[in-house]
Every structure is written in C-alpha cells, then in structure tokens.
Design a binder for this molecule. Structure first.
Ligand SMILES: Nc1ncnc2c1ncn2[C@@H]1O[C@H](COP(=O)(O)OP(=O)(O)OP(=O)(O)O)[C@@H](O)[C@H]1O
Ligand SMILES: [Mg+2]
Length: 498
C-alpha cells in the first residue's frame, strides 16, 4: 500500500467541476510528476492537499491515517509544504521577513529578532548553495526568477514530509532548474514524498520516477517514468496528437528595419547595446540568466530610463513611459502576469478591452459589437479555456491566465512585439498554438523580439539570435544553420558560432 493516497477527490467551483473523482498516490522516496493540460485540475488538487480549498468529497490518507486538513496552517503542521504556482511573497517585506512569515507561529520557535532572522536567511543561502542576497532587501526589488528561488527556499525551510512543487521552475533558467532538481533528488533520498508539476517534459523525464496524468479533473494514467513515451504522455494529456512541439520554421524577415537601438545604456544593466530588428523577423535574445535580457525589454517599453538612441521608421523616438511605447506601436508581453500583465479581479473581456480601447472606439462610443468580436477573436486565437468572457481572470488556471496576457497585449494590434517568456506555465499543446500565432504575426510583417528561459524554444522559434553577456550584445547568429544551443553558449563566452 502506498504511503500517501488521495482518493476520489471532488471539487467544484461555480460553473466548473475542477476535480471529478481524482486519485493520486505516492510512496516515500517517490518523485511523482503530476501532468496535465492547462486547467486539468493540478493546482486545485494541490490546494486541496494544502488546506486552501475544502474538497466536496474524498479522502486523504498518509501512513494509514486519514488526514484532517482544515486550513493552510494545519497542512504545514502536518508537514505538507508547497511551492505554489502563483507567487505568495509580500513585495513590501524583506527577504528575511518573507522567508519566516507565519513560520514561527506554527510552533517551531517563539519570537525571534530581525537579526536572528537575517542570520538564518544567510545560513539558508549557504545551506542550499546559493549566491547570497541581502536579507534586508525588499522583495519587490528582485527579479521574477529570484522571487521564485525565494519561494522555493521558503518551502524548503519548513521541512515538510510531503513536498509539492507546482510550476516551481517555470521562471527559472536552466542553471537554477538544475539546482532545484538536485535538491529534490536529495529530498527523495531522505525519503520524503515529492509531487512535481511542470509543463517541461524533459525536466520531468530527468527528475521523476513516476508520472500521473490528469485530464478534465481526473486521473487518466499512472506510469513508471521510464515506461512513458513523450508522445503517449501528450496524447493522454490532451486527448490528441500534436506531431512535434514546434511549427515548421519559415523566414519572413524583410529588408526594412522596424526598430534600431544605437548605443543604448541603462544603469549597470545595459551597456552600449546596438541592435537592429527587422520587419517580419523573430529575433531571439539568449545568454545566461540575468545578463541584461530583461532590462533590454524594459527599456524598449519605456519602463526604465536609458541613454542613447532608439529609432523607429527612421525617426528617433523617446520612450519615457509605456504610454510612449504603445504610441509607437510597441507591445510588451511581460514577465510577471499578476503585476504587469493582467488585472486578476477583472473579467477576460474587461482585460482585453482595456488595452484596445482605440480599436474599439467608434465615434466616441464603444461599439459593443466590435468589442464582442475582438474579445471572441482573441479568446479563440489563444484557445482560452473559460466559461465565458465574463469569467474573472483570477479564477482561471495559471496557463489560461497567461493566454489572456498574450491576448490582451496583442489586441492593441502592435507593429513591434516584445515577447518575454510568453509560454511560462503553458501546456505543450497550447505552446505550439502560441508559436503558430507568433509565426502568423511575423508573416504579417510584425517585428518580434523573443525571450525564453527555455533555450530549446529560442533555437526552434527564432530566425536570428542575439546573445547577451554583462549587459552587452556579445554577438549575433543570423545563419539558421548555426542557431544551436552550443553556439549560443559559445557566443556568450566571446567565441564565434561554428
Ligand atoms: N478559485 C477558483 N474559482 C473558480 N474556478 C476555479 C478556481 N480555481 C480553479 N478554477 C478552475 O478549475 C479548473 C482547474 O484549474 P487548475 O488551476 O487546477 O488547473 P491546472 O491543472 O493547475 O492548470 P495550469 O496548468 O494552467 O496551471 C479551471 O477550469 C479553473 O478555471
Ligand atoms: Mg496550475
């Protein structure tokens, strides 16, 4: 009998049956992948386990005993700890305060001083082999990847017996994803139970020994990892074949320049960046994590100040704010959907309409008909899975929220698209649909700057790649044949692509 069993779990929300007689089981030392398309019910299962949602039906059994999990605190007390898909850090608090938030109340120790907390934070960074950050720094100053690492540390610090990682690697570069995988292996050796959710199949294959597939709120397969083929997993997840993860590459690059950067410098993060992005081009941005890639996108969208020149259609423009950038026909699909991308408390329709008021405006009045058309066009284009356009974005699954972010920004009909890790948390089927949309925009002559934490994606989607290192463009690969993972690394080290 397995050590841990979730049996016949049901959970409904108004209009949605998120879990329908779902089963899950694992034994100590297992690393079990929980796989399923966006909206399949994975996070809901985790939230039931962690006391965030009360199940309508079902039973949770650990080592022969039925668990009673009344709320999130009671889950932690019973050694169930999770890294949630959506970050739960408090931006205004410091790193140390966030790491220990609510921790001491769970009976570990009584009160501690700020100084103790900061020292413990430093110890944690050392223990887990991380470059130390100032424990007194406010979390809002961190990058998304740093926040995700912190979220992981917070869960590790609670020393659970059942540890859950819900999309914990989605914003991490390969280096940090590997870091986490090593830690998880260690936890498994210590006979913990690990539940690992990710849309990156290669990662799952490297890490997990078993895989349970969910579809439409219920478990449809339970296999040993080595016996599960990728194609079969995809078919089980989506109920159909997708035939390859990427659409066929084509080149739509034209002669005309869409946007040019001349000696653009911003703080210590960007130095003398020169860059030409052509119409119809999909230009990837590669390099190790944190080499200025994110600042490049922020500068082009008027979110950070810069020196130097940015030229659009032969004219020097001033990008002092996102408003300026939008006026110049630029759109940004941002890194953090909750902060910059969508308003979670608004409906899908409101989010899309908000960004495209100009297109819908008809003699000072909003044309309801146009509004409906644009909203339904965008929802179809990205296969947003929701009850209706009136569904609140905050109640969608993580991947479906990401689709709304994309739909919202593209509804403004921009000429220059800044796409920053657009497939974060998106299932393999929808990823392919998104790449098809990217390709379609390129074929219409739009210029696309494309970043991904997943190097495979850069290699398979982009026509050209620039590689960044220490805030500079270390090199550019234009020859399709030379766009490989190895060459991106070579160029970032100052060598030539071969
Ligand atoms: N608080 C909520 N209110 C209403 N509906 C919800 C709520 N939370 C989840 N749902 C719905 O339940 C279903 C399952 O969502 P869930 O977040 O569990 O999916 P998921 O498998 O984690 O997907 P993803 O891969 O996109 O993260 C979705 O249809 C979602 O819209
Ligand atoms: Mg989820």
């Amino acid at each position: 009998m397995p050590d841990f069993i979730m049996k016949n779990i049901c959970k409904s929300f108004p209009g949605v049956k998120a879990l329908d007689q779902a089963n899950f089981h694992a034994s100590r030392g297992d690393i079990v992948a929980l796989l399923g398309e966006n909206g399949a019910g994975k996070s809901t299962l985790i939230k039931v386990l962690c006391g965030e949602h009360k199940p309508d039906e079902g039973e949770i059994i650990f080592e022969g005993k039925t668990l009673k999990i009344q709320n999130t605190r009671s889950a932690i007390e019973q050694k169930i700890c999770a890294v949630y898909q959506e970050l739960s850090l408090v931006p205004e608090l410091t790193i140390a305060q966030n790491l220990f938030l609510g921790f001491y109340e769970t009976g570990k120790t009584r009160m501690v001083s700020e100084k103790d907390m900061e020292q413990k934070t430093r110890d944690l960074f050392v223990e887990y082999g991380l470059e130390p950050l100032d424990p007194g720094m406010q979390v809002k100053k961190l990058s998304l990847a740093q926040k995700q690492v912190l979220e992981i540390l917070k869960a590790l610090n609670r020393e659970g017996e059942i540890m859950i990682f819900d999309e914990a690697t989605s914003a991490l570069s390969e280096k940090y994803a590997n870091w986490l995988m090593d830690i998880i292996r260690r936890l498994a050796e210590e006979k913990k139970i690990i539940i690992f959710i990710s849309h990156r199949l290669d990662e799952i294959r490297k890490l997990c020994n078993r895989v349970i597939v969910f579809r439409a709120g219920t478990d449809v397969a339970d296999m040993k990892m080595e016996e599960a083929e990728n194609d079969e997993l995809v078919r089980l997840m989506l109920g159909r074949e997708i035939g390859g993860y990427y659409p066929k590459k084509e080149v739509f690059t034209k002669e005309e320049t869409a946007i040019e950067m001349r000696n653009v410098t911003s703080g210590h993060k960007l130095t003398d960046v020169n860059l030409v992005l052509r119409k119809g081009e999909i230009l990837g941005v590669g390099g190790l994590a944190g080499q200025g890639q994110s600042e490049l996108f922020l500068a082009l969208f008027g979110l950070i100040p810069y020196k130097g020149e940015i030229v659009i259609n032969g004219k020097t423009v001033s990008l002092g704010s996102p408003r300026d950038a939008i006026k110049e026909g630029i759109a940004l699909i941002p890194e953090e959907r909750g902060l910059q991308g969508v308003v979670l408390a608004q409906s899908i329709r409101e989010n899309i309409v908000l960004s495209s008021l100009n297109r819908i405006k008809n003699h000072l009045f909003l044309s309801e008909e146009k509004e409906r058309r644009i909203v339904s066009e965008m929802m179809d284009a990205f296969a947003v899975k929701a009850e209706s356009p009136e569904t609140l974005v905050g109640t969608l699954s993580g991947g479906n929220q990401q689709k709304v972010v994309l739909a919202k920004q593209l509804a403004t009909n921009p000429d220059i698209l800044l796409m920053f890790d657009i497939t974060r948390g998106v299932d393999v089927g929808t990823k392919k649909e998104m790449f098809n949309v990217v390709k379609k925009y390129a074929s219409e002559g739009k210029a696309i700057l494309f970043f991904s934490t997943d190097t495979e994606e850069l290699v398979n989607v982009c026509n050209s790649i620039i590689v960044m290192n220490h805030g500079r463009v270390a090199g550019r690969i234009d020859d399709e044949e030379l766009i490989t993972r190895e060459n991106i690394i070579r160029v970032s080290m100052g060598e030539k692509a071969v």
